[in-house]
Design a binder for this molecule. Structure first.
Ligand SMILES: Nc1ncnc2c1ncn2[C@@H]1O[C@H](COP(=O)(O)OP(=O)(O)OP(=O)(O)O)[C@@H](O)[C@H]1O
Ligand SMILES: [Mg+2]
Length: 425
């Protein structure tokens, strides 16, 4: 039997798995800080060597390289979030215009090379993931556009003929491995860019193969971990960078800082867009008139040195800590940017309340559409990194009770399920 491959290109993390001749999926692993990891950070990094040749690294190695560089090159991340955006066609990397499909293609190519170093050739049938709704897509046309760009990216990455599967459906096939009886299961996958649901009947009795339809419904919303990070930036970081600060206009009036600057700051894949001569000029002009110029110095330092990765690592650390503790200290020290703030889980829960409500509405919509009551559902499988957030988990505890909740393999279940699906097809 041929080798079957599953590839989950995620907003934050990607993973790849193979099924050789039936059986359980095996994960690809990648070099990382002297060890290895099955999660391939969805980050692409370009640097120039001494001969001015441009090289690219992706995944966990990209972060290591970026952090070790004296004069860091260009880092791109959260690329999946741009797929439906018609504003993002190309971006400049050391003066060359790169299309989004080429950037993602390069990342996928590096992922493949890394995985092949340990797993051997990856040339069997392949099933790849897609969110139910792409983050930021506003219409069916946007969805189509995003999907066609993702298909082109796989092509560019050296994966010819890919079959798409909804990510939360793949997670259902992964969960199914643990069953010795049939169940109606609700899958909830909370990632970096999207929260996705599926309602699927799985178990040993499921008819396997291409045409079988065990899926009762799917739903998704473009709100997940990146949006939670954005709220920490809004409430903790932005005020320290002059967001609520005033500056005096030439006419002597007191004005507030322009909001668009902070809107970019809140979405970490947009932060690097601020590093343009025009924006830096605006920031310098604002600094001259600012009531608290030291806060603008910190903001300019952050933008000019492209410190998005460092900032968001600090934000993520705090968010992750608040999943297991009731308080955390947000610390970010870099040149004139020095932020040290105590955060309580209760505050964080208030900040992300709107997002949690959107997730809840999406879940309710799916149950209603399928005519399913919580009592009809045998089990709930929570997966994806953002499923650790207590406010998210709380939605399910309340509705389904602790006995029905299952969780696990948060960062790799989708890839495993995709490989199982590829083996089935
Ligand atoms: N313990 C934790 N507590 C809170 N958030 C966490 C935790 N661990 C990981 N995360 C968050 O989970 C997200 C990444 O999850 P995951 O790898 O499942 O997403 P993804 O598959 O890349 O994204 P998507 O499926 O939306 O494309 C990030 O936002 C990360 O900060
Ligand atoms: Mg995911």
């Amino acid at each position: 039997m041929a080798r079957a491959i599953g590839l989950d290109f995620g907003t934050t993390n990607s993973a790849i798995a193979v099924v050789d001749g039936g059986g359980a999926p095996r994960l690809g692993t990648f070099d990382w800080s002297g060890g290895e990891t099955p999660t391939f950070r969805s980050i692409l990094y370009f640097e120039k060597d001494e001969d001015e040749r441009i090289a690219s690294v992706a995944g966990p190695a990209a972060i290591d390289r970026y952090l070790a560089a004296d004069d860091p090159g260009r880092l791109v991340q959260s690329l999946k979030s741009f797929l439906p955006s018609r504003d993002f066609v190309t971006t400049s990397v050391f003066g060359d215009a790169w299309r989004l499909e080429a950037l993602i293609g390069r990342l996928l190519m590096r992922l493949r090379e890394g995985a092949e170093a340990r797993l051997g050739p990856l040339d069997g049938p392949i099933v790849v993931g897609r969110p139910v709704r792409f983050a930021g897509a506003k219409s069916a046309e946007d969805e189509e556009y995003a999907l066609s760009r993702l298909r082109a990216a796989y092509w560019n990455g050296g994966f010819g003929d890919v079959v798409f599967e909804y990510e939360p459906v793949a997670a259902a096939y992964f969960y199914e491995q643990s069953l010795d009886h049939d169940e109606l299961v609700l899958i909830a996958d909370f990632g970096g860019g999207t929260s996705d649901f599926s309602l699927v009947r799985v178990g040993p009795g499921r008819e396997k193969g291409g045409d079988a339809q065990p899926i009762l419904g799917t739903a998704g919303v473009g709100v997940a971990g990146d949006a939670f990070d954005g709220k920490i930036v809004r409430h903790v970081v932005a005020p320290e960078l002059g967001q609520r600060g005033e500056h005096r206009s030439i006419f002597g009036r007191v004005l507030l800082m322009p909001e668009w600057i902070f809107a970019h700051l809140e979405r970490w894949h947009h932060l690097s867009f601020l590093k343009t001569p025009k924006t830096l000029q605006i920031l310098h002009d604002l600094r001259r008139e600012a009531v608290e110029p030291e806060k603008l110095d910190a903001l300019i330092h952050l933008v000019r040195n492209d410190l998005g990765l460092a900032l968001y690592r600090a934000v993520e650390r705090t968010k992750v800590e608040l999943s297991s503790r009731h308080e955390s200290r947000f610390v970010f020290q870099n040149g004139p940017a020095a932020i040290d703030v105590e955060i309580y889980r209760g505050d964080f829960m208030t900040w992300i309340w709107d997002e949690v409500q959107q997730i809840e509405a999406c879940l309710d919509g799916l149950l209603e559409e399928c005519g399913t009551e919580p009592a009809d559902i045998d089990a709930v499988f929570l997966t994806g990194g953002s499923s650790f957030v207590p406010a998210v988990r709380g939605l399910f505890l309340e509705r389904f009770g602790v006995e029905k909740l299952h969780a696990g393999d948060e960062l790799t279940s989708v890839a495993g399920g995709l490989a199982l699906r590829a083996a089935e097809l």
